[in-house]
Design a protein. Structure first.
Length: 265
């Protein structure tokens, strides 16, 4: 945990970013370079516990979130220390939020005195996101053990407030790979058609949210199991250009594939 005196040194002097980092995180510097990978490893469990608290069970640390999901930052820090994360202070917490590649957390207030999870909640809150028109295609990564249910019921929010989608195929694959018990499945969603039919979408730090995806809005599907899908996973580059299944082409606004041509080889 950062000592108060160290924080005062940083706030009272005009330091370069590197100098500031060296004062605040001396144990994470090697040969004058901040070791971000070591920091991420050491704080991975902290970030996971923050998700549990801010998304699902704020009461587990004796704290509360308001109707928009915000928690007092001091309350979270006290809860983290009581859990055993004694080394976490405000500076470490800010670094966790800053370095989180999934953009799961945000600070609020002029002095970052409140914090919340950006998405993934199971508790009823209003994140105050405005509806946004989605791109032509969005993706959802899942696991093959859920395939039969998904084909029958579509994508459901289950114990969360929204279904999570992405406009990046690599992210969808990464999400699917986290599931155990089967191969990764990728569902291709007619997002713009859903929007035209009156279904709402929101964006939370790059994650697309919607209440559900009925099966009629699936327009393609791929699995990473080579025995079930031998061609490369289709990708909608810029949500327009389709590549895979030995052809490529352009999708129009009605999801018709045009200008087909064979791939080389």
């Amino acid at each position: 945990m950062i000592l108060k005196a160290e924080t005062e040194i940083v706030s009272s002097q005009k330091l370069t970013n590197a100098q500031e980092q060296l004062i605040l995180f001396p144990s994470y510097f090697k040969d004058g370079v901040f070791d971000g990978e070591k920091f991420d490893r050491d704080t991975k469990e902290v970030a996971q516990y923050m998700c549990l608290v801010l998304r699902h069970k704020p009461s587990i640390i004796g704290a509360k979130v308001d109707e928009h999901g915000w928690m007092n930052t001091k309350d979270l820090l006290v809860g983290l220390r009581d859990k055993g994360f004694k080394f976490i202070g405000k500076a470490e917490l800010k670094k966790i939020v800053e370095r989180d590649t999934k953009t799961r957390f945000s600070f609020g207030g002029e002095e970052e005195e409140i914090i919340r999870a950006n998405y993934g909640h199971s508790i009823p809150i209003d994140l105050e996101y405005e509806p946004v028109e989605p791109p032509l295609v969005l993706y959802h990564g899942s696991c093959s053990k859920y395939h039969e249910d998904i084909q029958k019921l579509g994508l459901l929010q289950k114990d969360r407030n929204y279904v999570h989608l992405t406009d990046d195929i690599t992210t969808a694959i990464d999400v699917g790979d986290r599931h155990r018990g089967g191969f990764t499945d990728i569902y291709y969603i007619k997002a713009k058609e859903m929007f035209r039919d009156g279904l709402q979408f929101y964006v939370a730090n790059g994650v697309w949210l919607t209440k559900s995806v009925p099966t009629k809005y699936f327009f393609d599907y791929a699995v990473t199991d080579p025995s079930r899908y031998t061609n490369k996973v289709p990708r909608y580059i810029g949500n327009k250009k389709y590549i895979g299944n030995n052809f490529e082409g352009i999708l129009d606004e009605d999801y018709n594939l045009i200008t087909n041509k064979k791939e080389n080889g």
